[in-house]
Write a protein that binds this ligand. Structure first.
Ligand code: G6P
Length: 607
């Protein structure tokens, strides 16, 4: 979604802003713009389309050493040059970039119009520029504070004023903002990726906080102008992780990183001596964990499906009632919070608005909420009561892949921990760890078989509809497979429990609608085979993801993707990978923009 970059320093600002915006591209956007200041002269260039379109429009030697930039994901007003950020007041003295939504912008706009202000865009953001200009009496920090008092909604914003060249004021309420402290230069961004090439020293703003920066210094304060001291934190990601590393797309790179990323999720957390898992960040004692009687997992998108796998696993392995729910639903259903229920919010970015707001609502009601996140320093890990980082490294492709396998890794660890506290013997825990430890290598084997998946994906990519079917722990994996395919190939795909197909979806079956079945290696296998036969009897084509050695399947289905054998609990790891690959190859075959699919954003920071 929208991205912000700001820079004050000695270097040409346009280069730094454009490079920072390029790093934010992955979040999804539809237009971009920059405002570069040289003394009291502000140059604004903004364009619908990609950063490369903006880059072409920016004069090569654009002078100016401070500025702000933005990638926009439209919410108010159509996608065009005019509605792109930065926005200004009518005299052009104030320039603003903004992430978030101003809910009362219409009321404010009408009032400003009645006072003589002239508006040029359909955006909510433009009111902020007008308000700041109206409040300005020689002190930008004060003008921003006074304007913010009138705004209802969410914002991460960066502001410049012609009367105070070389200065940028930023503010945060509900939309992330981080300051980068350099040597004789300062950065402001909505995401550390935009500044990592220049500094690893970051100061994260909380809601209600503002920052004022020049190239040499910064100060932080709140809406009442009270000074705030904040810690400078180190960004732990490496710059190389933001590159494609020889792959054509980030998605392919991230799919192929999974043996390593799963290993990182396990690292230092498997305790062979105790035959259990160590999850220090939970901030809960063994006694507190023993009192947990129910687990609720709250998340959106792919993280929700990972949470569903987690819930199945917790019930099955740890024998604790567990359930996953969509964060967007939790927030408004007036959730019943019981003291003995433990909540997990799962979010790769740690910034998804639906999930963050659901977490806050649960905390308001007294819940203990643990985060399962990837982005260190993001809002969810900061505000949750504890949690576990998945350590999968930056995930840049919009469609989530390695985060899914790392998120479920964390649930395997947590399930082991809880199971060992209850009914699991040392031997059982030990056996579980031994098999879990093989998973990275087995995922590596699945990846080595990618050619077979590619061959099938290319043959089927031109179908218009797909069904993805699985049962038990493979049901959420089927849902994830369908989501992956629709996200990046735009092929219509539905995920169902294989058992459910006879209750409706089977009406869709014909020669043109292939079904992808996940065939387990457990008690449900025969039931799934029955569902496959029902599809075949109606002329449907079947692609099976099946386990090595399951030869009976050969005569029943049209195509087979094989995965190595493990114990039945672990197939979600092995079976999701071919589905990711299938979606990837199908999308490539159809010429889609795999990393930045249309209409989607990596981190959805509005409701
Ligand atoms: C967006 C992304 C999805 C992601 C979902 C949840 O919709 O496009 O790939 O699964 O948000 O994101 P989160 O960062 O909370 O895991």
């Amino acid at each position: 979604m929208c991205g912000i970059v700001g820079y004050c320093g000695p270097k040409p600002a346009s280069d730094i802003l454009l490079e920072g915006l390029k790093r934010l591209e992955y979040r999804g956007y539809d237009s971009a713009g920059i405002c570069v200041g040289k003394g009291e002269d502000f140059q604004i260039i903004k364009k619908k389309g990609k950063i490369k379109d903006l880059r072409e429009a920016v004069p090569v030697n654009l002078a100016g050493t401070f500025g702000i930039g933005h990638t926009r994901w439209a919410t108010h007003g159509e996608v065009n040059d005019v509605n792109s950020h930065p926005h200004t007041n009518d005299t052009g003295e104030v320039a603003v970039v903004h992430n978030g939504i101003i809910e009362n912008y219409n009321t404010l706009k009408n009032k400003l119009i009645s006072e003589g202000h002239k508006f040029q865009t359909d955006t909510d953001t433009e009111v902020i520029a007008h308000l700041i200009a109206k409040m300005y009496h020689g002190n930008l920090e004060q003008a921003v504070r006074e304007a913010l008092y009138l705004l209802k909604g969410t914002y991460g914003l960066a502001v410049m004023h012609k009367k105070e060249p070389g200065k940028i004021v930023g503010a945060r309420n509900g939309s992330p903002l981080v300051l980068g402290v350099g040597d004789g230069e300062m950065f402001l961004a909505s995401d550390v990726m935009a500044m990592m090439a220049h500094t690893k020293d970051a100061v994260y703003l909380e809601d209600g906080e503002l920052v004022s920066m020049t190239k040499d210094s910064y100060t932080m304060f709140d809406l009442d102008a009270r000074h705030i001291e904040k810690e400078v934190e180190k960004i732990t990601w490496e710059l190389e992780q933001l590159e494609k590393g020889g792959y054509r797309t980030f998605m392919e790179k991230e799919i192929n990183e999974q043996s390593q990323s799963i290993k990182r999720a396990f690292q230092g957390r498997l305790d062979l001596d105790g035959a259990t898992a160590h999850l220090g960040g939970l901030n809960m004692s063994a006694k507190q964990l023993l009192n947990v009687q129910r687990v609720e997992v709250v998340a959106a998108g792919t993280s929700y499906y990972a949470g569903m796998v987690g819930a199945y696993l917790l019930e099955r392995l740890a024998r604790i009632p567990a359930h996953a729910e969509l964060s967007s639903e939790v927030r408004y259903k007036n959730p019943i919070v019981e003291p003995s229920t433990l909540y997990f919010v799962v979010s790769q970015s740690g910034e998804t608005a639906d999930t963050l707001y659901a977490m806050r609502e649960l905390q308001r009601k007294g819940a203990t909420v643990l985060g399962v996140c990837n982005a260190v320093g993001a809002t969810i890990p900061r505000e949750s009561d504890g949690g576990v980082y998945i350590h999968s490294g930056p995930e840049i492709a919009v469609a989530s892949t390695k985060a899914f396998t790392s998120q479920i890794s964390v649930f395997y660890l947590f399930a082991l921990l809880i199971a060992r506290m209850r009914h699991f013997s040392f031997e059982e825990g030990y056996g579980f760890i031994r098999e879990l430890d093989r998973i990275p290598a087995l995922v590596g084997q699945v990846l080595q078989r990618a050619e077979k998946v590619k061959e099938i994906a290319l043959r089927y990519a031109h179908h218009q509809n797909f069904l993805f079917l699985g049962r038990g722990m493979l049901y959420p994996v089927a849902l994830e497979g369908a989501l992956k395919l629709k996200e990046i190939s735009y092929i219509h795909a539905e995920g169902y429990s294989a058992a459910e197909i006879k209750h409706g979806p089977i009406a869709l079956i014909n020669e043109e609608t292939p079904s992808v079945f996940l065939v387990p290696d457990d008690g449900l296998r025969d039931k799934v085979i029955t569902s496959i036969k029902e599809v075949k009897a109606r002329g449907g084509k079947v692609i099976a993801v099946a386990v090595d050695g399951d030869e009976e399947i050969n005569d029943i289905v049209d195509e087979i993707i094989r995965v190595p054998k493990t114990i039945d609990l672990f197939y979600p790891f092995l079976m999701v990978v071919p589905l990711q690959l299938f979606a990837f190859y199908a999308a490539e075959e159809l010429g889609r923009d795999v990393d930045q699919p249309r209409n989607l954003a990596k981190s959805v920071t509005v409701e």
